[in-house]
Design a binder for this molecule. Structure first.
Ligand SMILES: [Zn+2]
Length: 86
C-alpha cells in the first residue's frame, strides 16, 4: 500500500462498499480538516467527510460509511457491487 496517511491520521478501515478503497479517521485539527467535532471521518472513495466527538462513534462511521457518505449510500441502495471501480 502506498497510501499517504498524512498528519492527524488515527485509523483506517476497508470500505465495505468499495473493496479497493478506505475510510479513514483523522484528528481533524492536526489534519486541518474543517469540521465541527474532534474526529474527522473521510470516505476516500467519494471524498465525503463527517465528524464525531468520540472515537467510538468515529469507528462506527468508518465501518458503515453509508451513514454519512451519499456515494456509499447510493451503492447500498442500488445493490451495486463496485468491483469494477479503479
Ligand atoms: Zn463513500
Amino acid at each position: 500500500m502506498s497510501h499517504d496517511l498524512g498528519p492527524g491520521y488515527i485509523a483506517e478501515g476497508r470500505n465495505p462498499h468499495v473493496p479497493s478503497e478506505k475510510v479513514v479517521i483523522y484528528d481533524a485539527a492536526e489534519a486541518e480538516i474543517d469540521v465541527d467535532e474532534k474526529y474527522a471521518i473521510v470516505c476516500d472513495s467519494h471524498q465525503s467527510v463527517t465528524s464525531e466527538a468520540f472515537l467510538s462513534d468515529a469507528r462506527a462511521d468508518m465501518e458503515a460509511p453509508e451513514g454519512f457518505c451519499s456515494g456509499c449510500r447510493g451503492l447500498v441502495l442500488h445493490g451495486y457491487s463496485a468491483k469494477e471501480r479503479g
